[in-house]
Design a protein around this ligand. Structure first.
Ligand code: S3P
Length: 170
């Protein structure tokens, strides 16, 4: 493993496996793991779904920014971001400045299979396939700005984490 201990941020669409792969990657590296959504929920004392419903997406993005700013100062940590984190200009610049970003790329069909009915994910417009496809394609343009891209469509979390590790060490 290289001596680079800057945080590794996993980015990608809802259902791309950021949390499961992030945990496996942290194990592999002997690093800490942090789930950005989990930190937001803990600091707000509310679920993501409740934050969106009661206070709106703007409030969520501000809380997300605060959690991200704190985490970006840490070393030797793998961070699972939320699906929208890397699509915000300020959030993305911070990630690019403070660490390395890896896009877990999955086809929409794979993401949809994992997300199911979208419970707990306020931005999952699962009921309207066309709207979801447009949303997904727009998001991909932002994820493509990550430092690395890893195909996360096949294999379990451990296998994908090994693929990420390989990409990071190249
Ligand atoms: C979001 C994705 C969610 C969560 C929030 C907003 C998004 O995270 O951060 O509901 O904008 O795509 P996951 O990607 O873990 O579902």
């Amino acid at each position: 493993m290289s001596g680079d201990d800057r945080p590794v941020f996993l980015v990608g669409f809802m259902g791309s496996g950021k949390s499961a792969v992030g945990r496996a990657l942290a194990d592999l590296r002997g690093w800490a793991f942090a789930d950005l959504d989990g930190i937001v929920e803990a600091s707000a004392g509310r679920s993501i779904e409740a934050i969106f419903r009661e206070s709106g997406e703007g409030t969520f993005r501000t809380l997300e920014w605060e959690a991200l700013s704190g985490l970006s100062e840490h070393r030797s940590v793998v961070v699972a971001t939320g699906g929208g984190t890397f699509t915000g200009t300020a959030h993305r610049s911070l990630i690019r400045k403070k660490g390395r970003s890896v896009w877990l790329d999955v086809p929409l069909e794979v993401a949809a299979g994992r997300v199911g009915d979208g419970a707990g994910r306020p931005l999952w417009s699962g009921g309207d396939p066309l709207a979801l496809r447009i949303f997904y394609e727009r998001r991909r343009a932002a994820y493509a700005l990550a430092d690395l891209r890893v195909d996360a469509s096949l294999g379990g979390a451990d296998e994908i984490a090994r693929r990420v590790e390989l990409a990071l060490s190249r």
